[in-house]
Write a protein that binds this ligand. Structure first.
Ligand code: ADP
Ligand code: GLC
Length: 484
């Protein structure tokens, strides 16, 4: 079976969040299930600079405002080299002013258009059985294919975050090669504008999201961000599949970013990582202080405003916080100021640092994830694997992956972290106090760490579920699947 993955991020080439990790890990995981996946990614400036020697496999004289080429790097990676769209510095979505690039509609419509061409006959020797798009950036591929009125592969759209929908003025329809006939409530139209994600959800054969709980949540007004109605109509075609993690990249026993690698039998070595972190974040080097960490985009989605407000309780209880993150200017300033207000107890590194994110998981006692919504979440999965116990809001994938240390779970020996609900300041304060109490019971905490580290969150199970979904989508379209 051949699948084309259409994504705007891909680890290790370009990453702003979990989508990159997922798109990066899927191909190898699916290979074990007999799925040959190729990935189509925009040829951002920083990505092209990292490639060895890509070869040109196709040309477009005109693609959304300029010429473009399709490049292949190795057997499975395709890059859309369109300098007028992607030859820019920095973040894939935002310009230097921190605002969306003004031509994001053209930038991701171009990507989707090339996916459409690949689905037909752009390459003489490779056509996919399934086109799998990710988020609004990959969503228009579903639309172009459904509207093409010719034999086409099956389509699957994955929602990683429904907060980002790709909404653009209706005046762009023609430029984006979208027929006016599709601009209806049952199609692309979203309150008078073009909705990329909305269109994808209307036209994809199957829809997935990244946890079963989020799949339920997004069919409600509280979490659906205006798309709950469309999703309710497509409930039969919607499924939640929890992400895996790449156990080769996230392995505390062989992690070169750690001061002291360790496994669940040598938990004492974590102490060296903790000391290294305390030094790095200008915290008091105190082995017994409960050290909480955050590795996150700094946004209200992630509940970072609540955490800022809970710092008085966290620090009064003797806790420490080491935070790595970037995002909203106000939150960045808030955590930077907190370093001065709580010297030796709150440390923040504003920025993006893959290596430091590993050390935080390998040396902190707990990772805080007070998200208001969380489609899946990966940092709690890394935390489980590293014995950095997740303290999480009971939403989305966080609810599905962490077992709360309530009395019954502790008695049964199944707890792997702490959950709180509702997502309010009062509930966050309470869970912080509960975590610090539990932490002081060293044997109980250690047992939770060992149990957390034994949980399996690799890609084996999700890959099987995706492969089955692809087969089902192909069958429903009545298509024969190619051999490889
Ligand atoms: P989201 O995709 O919503 O941001 P996830 O938990 O799914 O949340 O994925 C976030 C990913 O980005 C994880 O791999 C996490 O370690 C990483 N990450 C987030 N912020 C930073 C940062 N400032 N530095 C390094 N890695 C980060
Ligand atoms: C999104 C979500 C996050 C999820 C990631 C990968 O960025 O916010 O919860 O883990 O996608 O699916």
């Amino acid at each position: 079976m051949r699948v084309l993955s259409v994504t705007s991020e891909l680890f290790p080439l370009i990453k702003t969040g979990g989508l990159a990790d997922v798109a990066g890990a899927l191909p190898a995981a699916l290979a074990a299930e007999g799925v040959a996946m190729r990935t189509l990614l925009p040829g951002y400036r920083s990505v092209l600079a990292k490639l060895g020697g890509p070869t040109e496999v196709a040309r477009f004289a005109e693609l959304m405002g300029g010429p473009a080429r399709l490049l292949a790097e190795g057997p499975d990676l395709l890059l859309l080299d369109a300098p007028h769209l992607y030859d820019r510095p920095g973040n894939p979505y935002l310009g230097p002013d921190g605002k969306d690039w003004p031509d994001n509609a053209q930038r991701y419509a171009a990507l989707a258009w090339v996916a459409r061409e690949l689905a037909f006959d752009l390459l003489p020797d490779w056509q996919p059985d399934v086109v799998h798009g990710h988020d609004w950036q990959g969503a228009l591929a579903m639309v172009y294919l459904a509207l093409a009125e010719r034999a086409r592969p099956a389509t699957v759209l994955t929602i990683h975050n429904i907060a980002f929908q790709g909404i653009f003025p209706a005046s762009l329809l023609t430029e984006l090669r979208l027929p006016a006939a599709a601009f209806t409530m049952a199609g692309l139209e979203y309150y008078g504008q073009i909705g990329f994600l909305k269109g994808g959800l209307a036209y994809a054969d199957r829809i997935t999201t990244v946890s079963p709980t989020y799949a339920e949540e997004i069919m409600t007004p509280e979490f659906g961000m205006g798309l709950e109605g469309v999703l309710q109509m497509r409930a039969q075609d919607l499924v939640g599949i929890i992400n895996g993690i790449d156990p080769a990249i996230w392995n505390p026993a062989k992690d070169e970013h750690l001061t002291a690698p360790y496994d669940s039998r040598k938990l004492a070595a974590r102490g060296q990582n903790k000391a290294a972190l305390q030094a790095r974040f200008d915290l008091a080097v105190a082995p017994d202080a409960p050290l909480f960490c955050v590795v996150s985009r700094l946004t209200t989605q992630k509940g970072m405003d609540l955490l800022l407000a809970a710092l008085p309780e966290l620090t009064a209880g003797g806790g420490q916080l080491a935070l790595l993150g970037a995002g909203d200017a106000e939150l960045e300033a808030g955590f930077t100021a907190a370093m001065t207000s709580y010297p030796g107890q709150v440390g923040a590194v504003i920025g993006y640092d893959e290596g430091l994110s590993h050390l935080l998981q390998g040396g902190s006692d707990a990772i805080l994830i007070p998200s208001r919504f969380e489609p899946c979440g990966l940092t709690q999965l890394y935390g489980l694997r590293y014995g950095c116990l997740p303290v999480v809001a009971r939403v989305g994938g966080l609810a599905d992956t962490v077992v709360d240390a309530n009395d019954a779970a502790l008695a049964d020996g199944v707890a792997t972290g702490l959950q709180f609900a509702p997502v309010t300041l009062a509930a966050l304060r309470a869970v912080l106090a509960r975590a610090m109490r539990l932490y002081r019971d060293r044997p109980a905490w250690q047992q939770m760490q060992q149990r957390a580290m034994s949980r399996q969150f690799d890609w084996t199970r999700p890959a099987k579920l995706y492969a089955a979904l692809y087969r089902d989508a192909i069958e429903r379209r009545g298509l024969p699947a190619s051999a490889a």
